[in-house]
Write a protein that binds this ligand. Structure first.
Ligand SMILES: C=Cc1c(C(=O)O)[nH]c(=O)[nH]c1=O
Length: 311
């Protein structure tokens, strides 16, 4: 039984990695994921300059998941480019993911120019869905801007690149986004980012639990799995087949991974549950997924990927 997969033209010995933002802020965290059973890692979204992010507390775990308004803290894209360029030397042939996000099109293009000028040989994940920078709208909900960004990006960048999208909740929006995405040579689409601007309350103190944005923050974890599966499958149904899908959202067990793959995902990313359990989670997830595959008689993930049945 193998959970190996191919994505963006690279082979991975299993289908799991961290979600950007979790266990990927600095070299210690990235090496912890590298040295785990995860097939690879993605960096925290890098911006042109390092950022401190929002005031703390800015992350909180609840019974069913998490809420965060980190505000895009990161060490700057140069830090991640340096780290991954060095890591590639230590692990020849391994493919890593570099997440980037600019605050406008010019910054996106400047970030990509830095990637082009570096030794980075992996896959770029362009984050169009950060919900927590005050005053900055979710790019992924502005369809014309997404179209303009992708047009400009693919005019200048010709190596493997995928986009991290926010969750959509309207069938027409799946149609409209897929129509835009299908115009471009994307390697993949990653659905979903956190469900933006949720609110979690501490009843005893009658207070919110995170400081930024009066307690409003992105929701992750068990809460978001139905939305994540729907976004994965909606894009699987609509995108041309050379745009693959990374499924992110609500993964805690091998069963959750099985469901993401059944909906059409070629790889999955783990966020909140990785934050809770640490990189050792990938050993449990691999064992659980392989057990499900064995029970169902599947040898590899292509045996069931995207084969969700309808009634
Ligand atoms: C990159 C910023 C993001 C953040 C953040 O840094 O606040 N939180 C998320 O849940 N998703 C993001 O994409």
């Amino acid at each position: 039984i193998s959970t190996a997969t191919t994505l963006a033209g690279s082979n991975f010995d299993n289908c799991m990695m961290n979600a950007s933002g979790v266990y990927c802020m600095d070299s210690d965290e990235l090496l912890a994921v590298e040295n785990s059973k995860a097939a690879t890692f993605v960096t925290k979204s890098g911006t042109l300059q390092p950022r401190k992010g929002n005031p703390e507390p800015r992350y909180f775990e609840t019974e069913f998941g998490s809420i965060n308004s980190m505000g895009l803290p990161n060490n700057g894209v140069d830090y991640y480019l340096d780290f991954v360029s060095q890591d590639q030397i230590n692990h020849p042939g391994k493919t890593y993911f570099l997440s980037i996000t600019g605050f406008n099109l010019a910054e996106d293009l400047e970030l990509l120019q830095k990637v082009t000028d570096s030794d980075f040989a992996g896959v770029v994940e362009l984050n169009l869905s950060c919900p927590n920078v005050p005053g900055k709208p979710q790019t992924g909900y502005d369809f014309e801007t997404v179209d303009a960004i992708l047009k400009a990006v693919f005019d200048v960048y010709h190596k493997p690149l995928g986009v991290k999208l926010p969750p959509y909740f309207d069938i027409i929006h799946f149609d409209q986004m897929a129509e835009i995405l299908n115009k471009y040579p994307l390697s993949y689409v990653n659905s979903i980012n956190s469900i933006g601007n949720g609110l979690y309350i501490n009843d005893d103190t009658e207070t919110v639990v995170i400081k930024p944005k009066q307690g409003f923050g992105g929701i992750g974890g068990e809460y978001v799995k139905p939305t994540a599966l729907a976004n994965v499958h909606a894009f699987y149904q609509r995108l041309n087949k050379d745009i693959q899908i990374i499924g992110t959202g609500g993964i805690q067990t091998g069963k959750d991974i099985f469901e993401h793959i059944l909906c059409g995902a070629s790889m999955v990313q783990v966020g909140t549950a990785l934050m809770v359990e640490g990189p050792v989670i990938f050993e449990r997830l691999t064992a659980e997924l392989e057990a499900i595959m064995a029970e169902k008689g599947y040898d590899n993930i292509e045996d069931f990927r995207g084969k969700l049945n309808y009634l």
